[in-house]
Design a protein around this ligand. Structure first.
Ligand SMILES: [Zn+2]
Length: 378
C-alpha cells in the first residue's frame, strides 16, 4: 500500500520541530513527474514547501500539513524505537504516525491516484508543508508565507488540513474552526517579612487565593453551537524564598485562556485584571496572544467534505471545534473555507503513537473523494 510505504519513509526521519530533516525530499520524490512546481521558502528556523500547478486563475484547493513532530519522551518507554516505523497488530507505530505523517502519506497517495484519473484538474491543486507547526513561535510560523501569498493575490479557496481530528473511527469528527489562545504571566507583589509578624507582611499567596477561586469559577462566556465556553487554566504558580519562616514578597502565575469568538482578548484581559485588582496588591501582566479563534461559516466545502466521508465510511462526520490551535488560524485571514480531517488523535504526542493501517487506507479513499468532488464542482 502506497500510503503505508510513504508514512514509513516519513516516520523514519527525526524531524523534531523546527527541523524538516529531509521529509520535504521524500514528499517531492513521491510527487515528481506530476506537473507540479516545487518551491521552498525558509525564514527564521521554519522551512516551507509549496507544491502547486500554478493555475491561480482557477479556484485553489490546498492540503496543508506539517512535517515536524514533537519530541519522543523517554525512548525506553516505547515498545519499538520511535523513529523506526514498526507494524504490529495491523497498526503502524512511530513518532508522527498520527500527528501528522500518516495524514500526509494518505493525501499524497490519494493525489497520485487522483492525477492518474484526472490529468488536468479543474482547480489549482496545491500542497503546503511546514517544519514548525508544533514548535515555538520564535522559530517562525506560516503567517509570513501566507502574507506573501496575499501580497501576490494568490488565495486559497478551500483548505484541507490533515490534522488528527478523528475520535473513534476515522472521519467521525472534523473541525471547521478552532478556539483562540491567550496566555499571560502575572507577577503579583506583596510584602516580604517574618511569618511570625503577619501584620508586617502582605502574603501574595494568601492574596491570590481569593482571586484564583473567582477566576476558576467565573463563567467567561457560555459558548455557542460551534464552540465550547471559554476556559481558563492556571499552568504554574511559584513563590517562596526557600525558608519556612519567610513570607515571600512576590508570586508568579502563568495561565491560559482557550476562548470562543464570544469573548475577545480585550474583554478577557479587562475581566482578568479587574479580578486581580480587587486584591489590592500591585501587579504586572505580560500577555501573549497565541491565536485568534476562527470559523468557516460557508457551507460549500464543509458539505463537500461531509459527503466525501459519507461516501467512504457510510457515516457523516460530526463537527467539533475543540482541541488546541492549528495552522488553520494563519490561513483563516485569507477568507478560505477550512476543514480539518485526519486520523484518530488517541495516541498523538504520546509514547507508542500509532495509526491503524486500515485507517490510512480509509483516509486515502476519503481524500481522493474530496479531490474528485472539488474537480467536479469547479
Ligand atoms: Zn499536528
Amino acid at each position: 500500500m502506497d500510503e503505508i510505504q510513504i508514512a514509513k519513509k516519513l516516520i523514519e526521519i527525526e524531524s523534531i520541530s523546527p527541523e524538516d530533516n529531509g521529509c520535504f525530499d521524500v514528499i517531492k520524490s513521491e510527487l515528481k513527474d506530476l506537473k507540479f512546481k516545487f518551491e521552498q521558502i525558509d525564514y527564521l528556523n521554519i522551512k516551507n514547501l509549496i507544491i502547486h500547478r500554478e493555475s491561480y486563475q482557477k479556484k485553489t484547493f490546498c492540503f496543508l500539513g506539517h512535517t515536524d513532530v514533537v519530541p519522543t519522551g523517554p525512548e525506553e518507554l516505547w515498545s519499538s524505537p520511535p523513529f523506526k516505523p514498526t507494524i504490529r497488530n495491523e497498526k503502524l507505530f512511530g513518532r508522527g504516525a498520527a500527528d501528522m505523517k500518516g495524514g500526509i502519506a494518505s493525501f499524497i497517495a490519494a493525489t497520485k491516484e487522483f492525477l492518474k484519473e484526472v490529468d488536468e484538474p479543474n482547480f489549482n491543486l496545491m500542497l503546503l508543508f511546514n517544519s514548525n507547526e508544533e514548535g515555538k513561535m520564535e522559530n517562525g510560523k506560516i503567517d509570513k508565507l501566507i502574507s506573501m501569498f496575499i501580497d501576490k493575490k494568490k488565495f486559497i479557496d478551500y483548505c484541507l488540513i490533515g490534522e488528527p481530528s478523528s475520535l473513534k473511527q476515522v472521519g467521525d469528527i472534523m473541525r471547521v474552526g478552532r478556539r483562540g489562545s491567550l496566555s499571560g504571566e502575572l507577577t503579583f507583589y506583596g510584602k516580604q517579612g517574618h511569618v511570625a509578624y503577619p501584620h508586617q507582611v502582605k502574603n501574595p499567596i494568601h492574596f491570590i487565593a481569593g482571586c484564583i477561586s473567582e477566576l476558576t469559577s467565573k463563567n467567561w462566556d457560555s459558548g455557542n453551537d460551534n464552540f465550547d465556553p471559554t476556559s481558563f487554566q492556571i499552568s504554574n504558580i511559584s513563590a517562596g524564598t526557600g525558608a519556612s519562616n519567610v513570607v515571600p514578597g512576590q508570586l508568579k502565575m502563568t495561565f491560559n485562556f482557550r476562548f470562543s469568538p464570544l469573548s475577545t482578548p480585550e474583554s478577557l484581559k479587562l475581566e482578568f485584571e479587574k479580578i486581580i485588582s480587587s486584591s489590592g496588591l500591585k501587579f504586572e501582566i505580560d500577555w501573549s496572544l497565541n491565536a485568534l479563534p476562527f470559523l468557516t461559516e460557508e457551507n460549500f466545502f464543509i458539505d463537500l467534505v461531509m459527503q466525501s466521508v459519507q461516501s467512504v465510511t457510510g457515516k457523516k462526520p460530526i463537527i467539533d471545534n475543540g482541541g488546541g490551535t492549528s495552522d488553520g488560524r494563519w490561513i483563516a485571514p485569507m477568507g478560505s473555507e477550512i476543514v480539518e480531517l485526519g486520523p484518530k488523535n488517541k495516541t498523538i504526542h504520546q509514547v507508542d503513537e500509532c495509526v491503524d493501517l486500515e485507517e490510512l487506507a480509509t483516509l486515502k479513499a476519503i481524500y481522493k473523494q474530496i479531490l474528485l468532488k472539488v474537480h467536479q464542482s469547479c
